[in-house]
Design a protein around this ligand. Structure first.
Ligand code: SF4
Length: 331
């Protein structure tokens, strides 16, 4: 895995201790992010994508969550070692998060202006008047007239609400935005507008984005690099072009095959056989082996390493073990 110049997650593992057992949500996650880059984290529901994002912000609920291993190095420091007070300064100002459903992020009894102003209140020394002025500016940045500053969330459409959430996330010009399925709750045309807005704002503010999604269309639209996540770890990593033109891992190939084609008649969509593994009882060896048509004997007992198939393109699968094995943290 290459080393990013902004964020490096190494060997991150997170468990949740529940009444039904220990849920192994993240299992040896390795991710790197460079400045001004968008990394798409793609995978099925329950793959550990959101838990990874929450770990970056040190927001895994404890209990029941425990980060059992790993480091989250941001600007040279391990965020997992920071005290809560230090993290409060980083959250919202250096690293922000956009959640899937804007209604759960917005306070229904505060105006949208007050909610953007609150971000400045927490992270800057601006006066009330300056905060109000800046909140109006942010509304215009996300394409909403500043006269609407005294509106409440229920007076806005779903797309506008998500724009407000984006305005709040960008207010302090963070280094990284963690966008967790930010367009899933929106209809398709609004989805395209919000993605376009995020792309424009990324250029304007030089922000890096980690885009969490299960939608390969969103990945194609916005990402520079893609990490395919299965059962809590990255199974394939590469540039968007490498992933879309030369995917290697059987799981990635299955994901792409399950996209409906716009050309040609297809009676049934191809699906990946079987279900995502139960995180309280993960399979031994390669965690994809019960669903993999290429499964070999060693896949059932040994966990595959990460093999670099070409520069910047790595795969966690024994089918590629003739390639150079990567060491974590190496370029
Ligand atoms: Fe399939 Fe084996 Fe590769 Fe896992 S390591 S994806 S089971 S071939």
């Amino acid at each position: 895995m290459r080393k990013g110049n902004l964020l490096n997650i190494r060997d991150l593992s997170v468990e949740f201790h529940t009444d039904s057992g220990i849920v192994k949500a993240v299992n040896g996650m390795n991710i790197s992010l460079n400045r001004k880059e968008t990394l798409g984290l793609v995978g099925e529901t329950g793959a550990g994508k959101t838990t990874t994002a929450l770990s970056i912000l040190n927001l895994v609920p404890d209990p029941p969550g425990i980060i059992t291993s790993g480091t989250v190095e941001f600007e040279g420091e391990d965020l997992l070692k920071k005290k809560d007070k230090e993290m409060q300064k980083i959250r919202g100002s250096k690293i922000s998060m956009i959640f899937q459903d804007p209604m759960t992020s917005l306070n229904p009894v505060m105006t949208i202006g007050e909610q953007i102003e609150e971000v400045y209140e927490l992270h800057t020394d601006l006066s009330k008047k300056e905060r109000h002025e800046k909140a109006g500016n942010m509304l215009e940045v996300v394409g909403i007239r500043r006269e609407r500053i005294n509106d409440y969330p229920h007076q806005l459409s779903g797309g506008m609400k998500q724009r407000i959430v984006i305005a709040m996330a960008l207010a302090c010009n963070p280094e990284i935005i963690l966008a967790d399925e930010p367009t899933t709750a929106l209809d398709v045309t609004i989805q395209a507008q919000v993605l376009e807005l995020m792309k424009d704002l990324k250029q304007k503010y030089d922000t890096s984005i980690i885009m969490i999604t299960h939608d390969l269309g969103v990945i194609a639209e916005i990402s520079d690099y893609v990490a395919v996540v299965y059962s809590g770890s990255v199974v394939e990593y590469g540039s968007t072009k490498q992933l879309f033109t030369d995917k290697k891992h059987p799981y990635t190939i299955g994901l792409f095959n399950s996209i409906p084609s716009l050309t040609g008649d297809v009676e049934r969509l191809k699906v990946i056989p079987g279900m995502t593994p139960d995180p309280t009882d993960l399979p031994n060896g390669c965690r994809f082996h019960p669903r993999c048509e290429h499964c070999m004997e060693r896949c059932k007992v040994e966990e595959p390493g990460v093999y670099e198939v070409e520069e910047g393109h790595s795969v966690k699968c024994f089918l590629f073990d003739e390639y150079k094995r990567e060491e974590n943290g190496d370029e």
